[in-house]
Structure formats: structure tokens, C-alpha cells
Design a protein around this ligand. Structure first.
Ligand SMILES: [Fe+2]
Ligand SMILES: [Fe+2]
Length: 492
């Protein structure tokens, strides 16, 4: 598998100088807690009639040796496209990164993009050198080629991820994105309510265009939020992202839609991403609940065996909250979900939905509990800034912030250290909360230690079946639908 030779054009020669920024960033990526910076190499683009756009990176297989790239082209008749890729060696010059012939080429799948005349392309590189950055471009000779991008390698020991939700395309979301661009991480987790397209599919294109400089070079995994339901009950989310298959299936259908609930390992951390019922109209919630149970039961067993240190769940909805109008919780689905999270000892619950920052103590059922989970609510992607309930923080709450911001987690053996960076609104009035000062600063820091061996062993329990988990599903379904409807009708 080898790609065609690249013409040594003057334009590409000029571009080589910029590539040095990328090369120096990549050299620092391996083994650090920072990962690479995001520096696009736009001058390596080769424009064409079907120019790749909205390029973003994820993985569907091993987090070290595979990378999946997804992108879009306008119209329904783009030529067959592919990804060309290879490793960046220390001996490569800036010009080499920009212009050397790629070692490998893999064909992309193509499917109609949901709701617009465009195609969604997917390609996965497997078996890449896990020690080296991967450089790549996507497109076709007849349709046009993207710039050359570089994704740093995934570190093995100390590494980091960033999490936020409730983003959008306005000024505050773009300020937040710029801050995240300046702050490297090895993984980006998006906790739903991503573009706020609300059925207007062109807004998704704007969001992906705005996010391309970041997500083309930073591996991103996303959860659907309630606003994703407005885009064909979640079909747009499935179409435009590429994620691992749901836990209880094996194999990947590259032509099929992406999944909305899935799990993956990144070093010694197991991640499970759920919908928390955000897409209940697609009919998969019963299946998802059974998947969650089995996935977490397996993860708890692996943790007790010493194979992993932590179990992290990311979803859009909070379990508990103090946002004004939403406090304290959502009883039906939440009770079942929280029961599952506590049963298997989930360590960290990364959520969005409420447009505030709130971090809990280790907790369970609304009370501090050393055997519980830490909920980190980062609904501060910038779509709007909300305030807290007048009744004040509940007993489980450890930190609160009103503004725009993101949480960065530094993972080392046996420990996750979190740092929340936020910028306040101009003031706390309804008008003042339409804008931020842009003064991002550290607003909260915390640590989560790995559980003791005894605590891990307490979470090794058999997965329950539908007779227990779905016994009250009718009530759960009705309540979840009512919640989703109430929330969407209030434009939250
Ligand atoms: Fe939401
Ligand atoms: Fe939201």
C-alpha cells in the first residue's frame, strides 16, 4: 500500500517552513503529560473541486496503534477518497514532513451526510508506529487534498485529557476552543450539546470547520447530548462522528453509522461513553442499559485483577446538579444509572448539560461517600452561561464556577489530577452573562486516587439481566421522554 508521489511544487516548498512548528511539537509529545500542540499546515493543502473539510481524528480500535479520520465533501459525487499516512521520524526535516511520499494509503468509505448534499468519508489507519507521530492527509487526486496534519503519539505512562460540553459556534465557544488549542492534551472528550444545530444541518458544517484546526490533530471522542436529538433523533451524530462499536458487538462496519454508546481503553483507564437517554427516540436505550451493565462489570473485574486503575464514564446528562432550574436531579433514569455506576465503582463521571462548572466530592445517592464517584460537570463550553440555584450547593458539592471553561485531567499511575480553567462572565446579570472577560485562570484542582484492592474487589459483581434492569423501563422511558421534551422546549 503506497501512495502516489507528491509533486515538489514551489507552494509546498514554501510550506515546509511552517511544518517545523509541528515537528517540534511532536518531539515533545511522547511520554509527556501534555501531548502535542495544534498547528495546522494550511499551505500544504492542494485545493480541488471536492475539497475535504471538517476533518477530525478519533480512534475505533487500539488507542496507540490506530487513528480514524472523518471528513466531508460537498455534493454527492466526490471521487473515491483515501487517507495517506506515515510516521514522522526524528531525522525528517520540516520539508520532509510536508512533502515526502507517504508510506501508506488506505481507502475511505463514503456515506451521504445526514440532511445535506454532502458525503461523509471515513478512513482508519491501523498498525501505526505507537512511538512516533503520524502525519497524514485525506482526499483524492481529482477532488483535492487536505493540508498535511500531524497527530502526536499516545504516551504510555503520564498523559492527559480535556473535557467540556455544551459548545456551539458563537464567540464564547470559539474563545474556549482557542484556549484548548493553546493547551495540549492527548485526548479530547466532548460531553454533548456540540453544535446546537437544532435541526439546521449547515450549522454542523460551521462547527466542524471551526473545530478542524483542533480536532484534525487531537484525538476526539464525543457523547451525544439532548440537542443532538434534534438532528434526526441523533442520526447526524452517528453519521458525522466515528467511534468504536457498542461494547457487546465485535467488528466494525466502516460503512455504517457511528455509535452513540461505546467504550475504549486508554492506557490504564477504561472509558465508557453513554447517551444517558439523550437519544431515546432511536429506541436503543434498553439495549444500551444492558451494554452499560456488562461493560462496567467487565471493567470492574479487570480493575480488581490489576489490569486497569480507573473507570471513567462520560455522558451528557448530570446525575446530580445545582444549576438553577435543574436542581437536584432527574429521578427515573438517574436512579438506575447511579445504581449501576456505584455497583461497579465508577471513579469519575464526566458530564455536561448544565451550563456551569460543578465538581462533587466522591458521592453516591446525593451524599458524600468515599466509595462513590466524582462527578465533574463541565457544561461551560460557551453556548451560554448559567447560574446556580438560590438554595446553594448541595452537601456533595466540592467546587462551583460560573463562566466558560474546560477541565484538564493529568493521568499518572494510580492517580488522576484535575484542573479546571475558566473565564468569568462580564457580570452575573442576564445581559452580562452573554459575554466573558476571556480571563482564563485555574479555578479548581483536585485529585482522584485509585481504589484500594479491597474496594476494587467489592465491585466485582455479576452483570444483571433485563429482568432486573428493564423491570421498570416503561416508567424510565416515560420520564426520560418528558425530561428531554421539557429541556428542549426551554432551549437549554
Ligand atoms: Fe443539554
Ligand atoms: Fe447544553
Amino acid at each position: 500500500m503506497s501512495g502516489p508521489s507528491n509533486p515538489w511544487t514551489r507552494r509546498r516548498f514554501v510550506a515546509a517552513g511552517m511544518a517545523g512548528l509541528v515537528l517540534s511539537a511532536c518531539n515533545g509529545g511522547s511520554g509527556s503529560a501534555g501531548g502535542g500542540t495544534n498547528t495546522p499546515i494550511p499551505d500544504t493543502e492542494e485545493p480541488g473541486p471536492y475539497q475535504p473539510r471538517g476533518i477530525h481524528a478519533s480512534f475505533t480500535e487500539d488507542s496507540h496503534s490506530s487513528r480514524s479520520i472523518t471528513w466531508f465533501t460537498d455534493g454527492l459525487d466526490a471521487p473515491y477518497s483515501r487517507m495517506e499516512y506515515g510516521s514522522v521520524d526524528e531525522t525528517m526535516s520540516d520539508a520532509d514532513i510536508a512533502d515526502r511520499v507517504f508510506e501508506f494509503s488506505v481507502d475511505a468509505s463514503a456515506a451521504e451526510t445526514t440532511g445535506v448534499d454532502a458525503l461523509t468519508h471515513r478512513a482508519t489507519a491501523t498498525g501505526i508506529d505507537p512511538e512516533k507521530p503520524m502525519r497524514y492527509r485525506v482526499g483524492s487526486d481529482d477532488g483535492g487534498w487536505s493540508p498535511v496534519y500531524v497527530i502526536p503519539p499516545s504516551p504510555s505512562d503520564e498523559w492527559s485529557f480535556i473535557h467540556f460540553g455544551d459548545h456551539g459556534i458563537g464567540e464564547m465557544p470559539q474563545m474556549l476552543t482557542a484556549e484548548v488549542m493553546k493547551n495540549p492534551s492527548d485526548l479530547l472528550l466532548l460531553a454533548g450539546d456540540l453544535s446546537y444545530a437544532n435541526g439546521e444541518q449547515a450549522i454542523w458544517d460551521t462547527w466542524f470547520d471551526q473545530m478542524q484546526p483542533l480536532m484534525s490533530q487531537r484525538i476526539t471522542m464525543a457523547a451525544p447530548g439532548n440537542h443532538e436529538q434534534k438532528d434526526f433523533d441523533g442520526d447526524t451524530f452517528k453519521n458525522r462522528f466515528t467511534h468504536p462499536p457498542k461494547p457487546l458487538t465485535s467488528g466494525i462496519n466502516p460503512d455504517g453509522p457511528g455509535t452513540t454508546f461505546y467504550s475504549f481503553d486508554y492506557n490504564r483507564v477504561h472509558f465508557l461513553v453513554t447517551t444517558a437517554g439523550a437519544l431515546i427516540n432511536d429506541g436503543t436505550l434498553p439495549e444500551e442499559l444492558l451494554n452499560i451493565e456488562v461493560d462496567l462489570a467487565q471493567a470492574a473485574l479487570r480493575r480488581a485483577r490489576g489490569e486497569i486503575d480507573f473507570i471513567v464514564v462520560m455522558q451528557h446528562y448530570t446525575i446530580w446538579t445545582d444549576q438553577d432550574g435543574r436542581s437536584p436531579m432527574n429521578p427515573a433514569l438517574v436512579l438506575l444509572e447511579e445504581n449501576i455506576l456505584l455497583r461497579y465503582g465508577v471513579d469519575l463521571l464526566a458530564v455536561g448539560h448544565d451550563h456551569v462548572y460543578q465538581r462533587s466530592e466522591k458521592m453516591g445517592f446525593g451524599l458524600p461517600n468515599p466509595l462513590g464517584y466524582v462527578q465533574v460537570l463541565v457544561g461551560t463550553g460557551g453556548q451560554s452561561i448559567r447560574i446556580f440555584d438560590d438554595n446553594g450547593p448541595q452537601i456533595w458539592s466540592a467546587s462551583e464556577f460560573v463562566g466558560v471553561g474546560y477541565c484538564k485531567y493529568f493521568v499518572s499511575p494510580g492517580k488522576i489530577r484535575g484542573e479546571y480553567y475558566g473565564a468569568p462572565p462580564l457580570d452575573m446579570s442576564d445581559e452580562g452573562r452573554q459575554y466573558t472577560t476571556g480571563e482564563f485562570a485555574l479555578r479548581d484542582s483536585f485529585e482522584i486516587d485509585a481504589r484500594s484492592q479491597l474496594a476494587c474487589e467489592m465491585c466485582v459483581l455479576p452483570a444483571r439481566g433485563p429482568d432486573i434492569l428493564l423491570a421498570d423501563f416503561e416508567a424510565i422511558s416515560q420520564h426520560t421522554r418528558e425530561r428531554n421534551h421539557r429541556i428542549l422546549s426551554h432551549h437549554c
